[in-house]
Ligand binder design. Structure first.
Ligand SMILES: [Zn+2]
Ligand SMILES: [Zn+2]
Length: 118
């Protein structure tokens, strides 16, 4: 019956591994573990790699946020242009047919209908 694979330290094969390197996944004993920023690593090299990966992740997120902000700005600009166009059309309709405000919609509707009737 094969023994269950108990994790042992990669360097000290007789010691049980109580830690695992966050970067390479190497099994580590209490003596081999290098704690950096509350995380377990096998070596300062792995700690550096992890730090680099974290920095890349943060940079990615920043980039993502910037893209999102740009998209929101473009959408806002589109809505603004649409509103200006609507205002221009409304003003143009009013100039063509200056009616009291309470009858404005009826006249606007008539204009629209005559536009489509052509
Ligand atoms: Zn490692
Ligand atoms: Zn060890």
């Amino acid at each position: 019956m094969p023994e269950p694979t108990t994790q042992v330290c990669a360097k000290h094969t007789r010691r049980p591994a109580t830690y695992v390197c966050m970067t390479c996944g190497k099994a580590l004993c209490l003596e081999c573990v290098a704690k950096v920023g509350g995380l377990d690593f096998c070596s300062p090299d792995c700690a550096r790699k992890s730090e680099q990966a974290m920095r890349n992740l943060a940079a990615d997120e920043k980039h993502h946020r910037q893209q999102w902000r740009r998209a929101a700005m473009v959408n806002g600009l589109r809505i603004l242009v649409l509103l200006i166009m609507l205002a221009v059309v409304a003003y143009w309709c009013y100039r063509l047919n200056p009616t009291p405000v309470d009858r404005w919609f009826a006249s606007f509707w008539k204009d629209c209908k005559s536009l489509f009737a052509k």
